[in-house]
Design a protein around this ligand. Sequence first.
Ligand code: CP
Length: 325
Amino acid sequence: METKLKGKHFITTQDWSVQELQTIFQLAKQLKVEYATGKFHKILDGKSLGMIFFDPSTRTRTSFEAAMTQLGGHSIFFAPNTMQISHGEGAKDTAKVLSGYLQGIAVRFCKYGEGNRYLEELRANSRVPIVNMQCDVYHPAQILADYLTIMEQFGENTRGLKLGVSWTSAPNYIRPISVPQSLILMMPRFGIDVTLAHPPEFKLMPHIVEQAKKNAEEAGVKFEISDKMEDAFEDADIVIPKSWGPLVYTQDEQEGLKLIEKYPGWVADEKRMALTKPHSIYMHPLPADRGKEVTPEVIDGPHSVVYREAENRLHVQKALLSLIL
Ligand code: CP
């Protein structure tokens, strides 16, 4: 267990050792049990977290706000159009000023090619921890919740489990690639074999894939990439099928939407779930596009743990904030 995490930024799990991440999970489990018995804490008494949302959110905003309240702290929601960001104030001045008032700055900024750069500029200029609530490259808080859910299902030793991360078709809008990227980076470090499946135009960032391969090699686990959805489901203990945009291939929205429509058959359905192990779990960070990404029989079926996964956002974030703020 690591106890010296105060002030540590949380932009990607890659900056955290396995031991440091284990500390979050250990505390999250304790806080979850205490939550179940109605026990709240004053760990963050008098502390404030600023939360800047460039993009919409249901789970992330609510779970971070509730986390701060339940820990005795306070959160401030900012929409950039209500800040001087709207008049061009940059990350440097925003970070320098806000870190004089607050104990943490959390940001969601998913615009491809901009979000992570903005977070890194905040990090370089902030005196308090920067928390990534999803950018164009990473969604680390989601992946913490995913791993807690996996541990609850399969126990603390997750070595040898197979996780299938698959692209799915959902032509409504272009979703970021941060969830699959964060999954392939972190899960191998906990001994989990990962198969990533997507059509050719939906590749992830090459440097992230290289890092994921390196993580898998160091952990002695498998990391495979396929262009067949079934490969992610075959003998899997866990499947996380979700949509993302062909952002590495094209940033043109209309071209991207056309490419998604090229693969309507990439759906998480019962036929594919039948390829997984009998005890397998179906996960999705939500929001899910029902009927397109996943059939109702699967998302509402016996393998699905999506609502527990969503609730776990609260518990892992309470642990994270307790440790770093
Ligand atoms: N999974 C997730 O980040 O959900 P929101 O977009 O609703 O925050």
